[in-house]
Design a binder for this molecule. Sequence first.
Ligand SMILES: *Cc1c(COP(=O)(O)O)cnc(C)c1O
Length: 395
Amino acid sequence: MNTSVTRPRGRHFFANPGPTNIPDSVLRAIDRPSIDFHDPDFREVMDICFDGVKRVLGTQHQLFMYTASGHGAWEASLANLLSPGDVILLLESGYFSDEWAKMACALKIEVRVVAADWRHGVDISAVKSALAEDKAHVIKAVCVVHNETATGMFIPLPEVRAALDETGHPALLLVDTISSLGSIDFRMDEWAIDTVVGGSQKGLMLPTGMSFTAVSPKGMRAHAKATLGRYYFDWSVMATRNPPSFVGTIPVNFFYGLKESLRLLDEEGLPNVFARHHRLGEAVRQAVQVWAGNNGPQLFCTNPGRYSDSVTAVLMPEGHDAEAIRRTTRQKFNVSLGGGLGKLGGKVFRIGHLGDLNEPMVLGALSAVEMALRIDDVPHGRGGVDAAMDYLARP
Ligand SMILES: *Cc1c(COP(=O)(O)O)cnc(C)c1O
């Protein structure tokens, strides 16, 4: 018998929480010959994109884009706002807050962490205490990952804003919205966020490779005094370019894709986009809660007030490997799931439900997982997919 694994036929079902599915119309829009990035036709596209991204961010402030993945925009946010030895307060959320902290340390920034249980999420009163104790206002910035893609939980940003306001603390508020933008409600200006970090390959449904930061006037004032080394990401160097934007060649094709993805978001309307993500996320949670019966896999997040509508992390029962489930869904059903990140490796798998996604796509991924649980002899409650269908079929 031929034991080599061949990829099953049919469409590759992509249920990762980033990158995400790229709509066909976005692929078509990117597929075009090169054009001079000074060409007025292109400049028009770029202007439309800058306006559109600001609309999705809920901001009127300045926007800087980079040819880099989200990590680049993270680095831009720190390097532009801080000086060596500056102190930041970072809210622990999971793998991505750990990564941001590591980056800050590498840049010679002192990181104070508000520690949190990854399954329950950070306690906002602990954030408030840390700010209240800092009477000398040593903390220059508070850094928050809005939606922790590794754990499937979000942090309520208005509550973080309130903690700063109620303690009268002047620190900048920096937010990573990489896996919440275009899937979970986000309002930069209304929530008085000073710098936002975003990326292309999650809710914006584009390939990986473009990221951005938007910056408030308070952030720009801090930037003027910040002395960390930087060049490609330097907002002041960018300001010398015409128009103020990329240091170096502009990734022209990306902008054609971005224009189309922004058009898709506009056409659906952001409130409807958020409602769709909530519905699909809830369907996934309903399925997992059924599997959790019979000591099966369960929701990693134990705090229902913090469930993420863009990704669900599923914790395997003791002694069962999450990577085996991912292998089974990929090899047998051509379904790709997200893996566990950092210390969650092998313990959780993640179902992405953000981006260009509808009910049958989510049900397809859930069915593949439920079949894999049977094939791999993982204890679980049966009927998770039924529960998801029941939920989605409600009027
Ligand atoms: C994906 C992600 C990142 C990292 O972005 P890259 O594009 O992979 O560099 C950072 N933060 C969050 C919350 C993410 O989901």
